[in-house]
Design a protein around this ligand. Structure first.
Ligand code: DP6
Length: 421
């Protein structure tokens, strides 16, 4: 490992996006390798608003593998972390940093220890696919540190072993996770269908819905579904294969009407399958249902759909608007139906790309209070209009895939000690 003093620390920092499935992954055929029972398709979200940043470091002075998540040390002993670390170490190559005088031989990676720090730019508790971005970023940054020759698709098969949905975060734009056939999982990986520039009219608004209790985790929820639901078999065998083909075509042709029909019905079916699980799983709540009504009423009143919605394993709504103009109209409707608590300021109630607020002509809370009911509701309020059912909204758009951050000031670890900054 070089002849020089053993004080060196070598590190890499990377940033990886989250993703939202528009054809859902739900159910495994292999729990350990994380192999799914159907293909899925997702949209990658703009990392400027939702992403994980991870710094990975190696030094002969480290005595064990350690990791900090959002500043707090977490255990790396779990099977999923161990699978990712093992798979990456097995593919590591020689690394040489001439400037620092560091030489690491391929076989050295087996005994060298790592220190890792990871940070989400959004609240982990908000239930916004933090494990997807997290495992994707861990795998991507380690692959750069250890000089892996594998492409992102091959890396996705490693990230998949951390969390299924993580494999789709190795690419930007529109991504398909192919379920694969092999027993060892080698062909269960993500491919990019189109990059984020392909359909750049789309605007995404996420409603972070206040949850009363902690939801069932995806992992145990989908296990219970596979064990008890009769509907899931029909979904995986008959419904999803057709929808995958249709969704690929809709994305290719930027056909928003088909995209909306497929995304909404697939989200609804996923939640139906949860209800068909015994005991039943409820991820959406009353607020989620009211958001669906709001969008459905509007879509039905127009000639063609304006907004698609989809919900993962929690009550948050992810709404995809056909363009900026529609997104501004959507935001007006959302703020009218789901106003914040009286003491909230607009700046913290609508975050992310605030230019959508400007387009909607909303500068402050007075403008929110002055909003009138949209024509399609004919003055009827959508159920109870209680304040604070939505914690906040995030305005964003489809975004790009993982990137290495070469500016050392963005590293989360001290370059001399490898400890969290
Ligand atoms: C509802 O990827 O979190 O978000 O593979 O057990 O880690 P594990 O589950 P996870 O499940 C995500 C489920 C979903 C749908 C989706 O992202 O496709």
């Amino acid at each position: 490992m070089g002849g020089q003093s053993e004080k060196w620390v070598l590190m890499v920092t990377a940033r990886t996006p989250t993703n939202i499935a528009v054809i859902k992954y739900w159910g495994k055929r292999d729990e350990k390798l994380i192999l799914p029972i159907n293909d899925s398709i997702s949209v990658t979200l703009d990392p400027n608003h939702l992403c994980t940043t991870t710094t990975v470091s190696v030094s002969p002075s480290f005595v064990e593998d350690r990791m900090w998540l959002n500043g707090k040390e977490i255990s790396l002993q779990g099977g999923r972390f161990q699978s990712c670390l093992r798979e990456i170490r097995a593919r590591a190559n020689d690394v040489e940093d001439e400037k620092k005088g560091i030489k690491i031989k391929k076989e050295d990676w087996q005994k060298l220890h790592l220190q890792i720090a990871s940070y989400n730019n959004f609240p982990t508790a908000a239930g916004l696919a933090s494990s997807a971005a997290g495992f994707a970023c861990l795998v991507f940054s380690l692959a750069k540190l250890m000089n892996l020759k594998e492409d992102n698709s091959q890396l996705s098969a490693i990230a998949r072993q951390g969390s299924g949905s993580a494999c789709r975060s190795l690419y930007g734009g529109f991504v398909k996770w192919i379920m694969g056939k092999e027993e060892n999982g080698s062909d269960s990986l993500a491919v990019q269908l189109a990059d984020e520039k392909h359909w750049d009219d789309l605007v995404i608004i996420i409603a972070v819905v206040s949850a009363r209790q902690k939801e069932t985790s995806s992992t145990s929820g989908m296990r219970d579904t596979v064990e008890t639901s009769a509907l899931i078999k029909h979904r995986a065998k008959e419904v999803v294969p057709k929808r995958i083909i249709e969704m690929e075509t809709a994305i290719k042709n930027r056909d928003f009407a088909s995209f909306t029909r497929l995304a909404c019905t697939d989200s609804n079916q996923f939640h139906a399958v949860c209800l068909d699980t015994y005991p039943p799983i409820f991820y959406m709540n009353d607020t989620s249902h009211r958001i669906i009504s709001c969008v459905e009423k509007w879509n039905r009143s127009e000639e063609t759909p304006q907004v698609a919605y989809t919900f993962d394993a929690g009550p948050n709504a992810v709404m995809i608007a056909r363009d900026r103009k529609t997104a501004a109209l959507l935001l007006q409707r959302l703020l009218y139906n789901f106003p914040p608590k009286s003491d909230t300021d607009l700046d913290s109630y609508v975050i992310g790309d605030k230019s959508i607020l400007q387009d909607a002509g909303i500068k402050d809370m007075n403008d929110v209070e002055a909003l009138v009911g949209p024509p399609e509701t004919k003055g009827n309020v959508l159920g109870e209009k209680s304040k604070g059912d939505v914690s906040y909204f995030i305005c964003t758009k489809p975004g790009g895939g993982p990137v290495v951050l070469s500016d050392e000031s963005q590293a989360l670890l001290d370059p001399l000690t490898g400890m969290p900054k």
